[in-house]
Design a protein around this ligand. Structure first.
Ligand SMILES: C[S@@+](CC[C@H](N)C(=O)[O-])C[C@H]1O[C@@H](n2cnc3c(N)ncnc32)[C@H](O)[C@@H]1O
Length: 207
């Protein structure tokens, strides 16, 4: 059965995110994606970066079914593992041993503002345990700076998120990076992306 979902934002941001990844990824090992959604990013990046293994994950069953359908549709079954059921808050994450041994980085695209603040905390806590020194955690999405929005459209977006769920909202980069520091990461790079978004690369520097 074809359970593929189509998330319009994916088509708009995949090239610019791919560009950042091309500068960030090493050549081998696993990338764990948290909150993969439809799975469109996963199959695109798996094809762009054939040396790595893209491990998608999502807590929503419909999303995991979509990811599996995208893997089938793109004939990547020989290369890409099936998505994992990871809810960042349910710790410790259940991680297969092969992934534990070969992980080189973690990425989460447009997740932390569509989840509670506790999810951001859990993301750094578990990533800090999984990743070794020198490995990275990359976030993509909108951010506030000094608790201020960078555009009116981000402010409107933030309000619309909070109407949907009081615990959601565009996060302040300073607060996110403080959480990162608490778990042994430094904010290594901040890259301005189209449509008032940012990519942030955190590097694991200590335990
Ligand atoms: C806006 S979608 C982004 C999906 C995809 N990364 C993309 O950019 O198209 C947010 C995703 O975060 C996932 N998510 C929400 N809460 C989560 C949690 N507690 N742990 C992991 N993922 C979560 C949702 O299921 C959803 O797939």
């Amino acid at each position: 059965m074809d359970n593929r979902l189509f998330f319009p934002a994916t088509e708009r941001n995949r090239d610019s995110i791919g560009e950042v990844l091309s500068r960030t990824l090493l050549t081998r090992g696993y990338i764990l994606e948290i909150g993969s959604g439809s799975g469109e990013h996963g199959v695109i990046f798996q094809k762009c970066f054939p040396e790595i293994t893209w491990q998608s994950s999502d807590p929503e069953l419909t999303h995991r079914k979509s990811i599996s359908s995208w893997i089938d549709h793109e004939e990547l079954n020989f290369k890409m593992p099936q998505p994992l059921d990871i809810d960042v808050e349910k710790i410790p994450w259940k991680i297969p041993s092969e992934l534990l041994l070969s992980i080189q980085g973690i990425i989460s695209i447009n997740m932390i503002h569509i989840a509670s603040w506790n999810c951001t905390k859990s993301l750094f806590k578990e990533s800090g345990k999984l990743l070794k020194i020198g490995q990275f955690l990359m976030l993509y999405g909108p951010f506030k700076f000094g608790n201020m929005h960078i555009s009116q459209s981000n402010e409107l977006f933030d309000s619309s998120l909070k109407i949907q769920n009081k615990s959601w909202g565009v996060r302040d980069l300073g607060e996110v990076s403080e959480e990162a520091t608490n778990h042994g990461f430094i904010e290594e790079d901040l890259i301005r992306m189209p449509a008032n978004n940012f990519s942030v690369i955190y590097r694991k520097v200590s335990f």
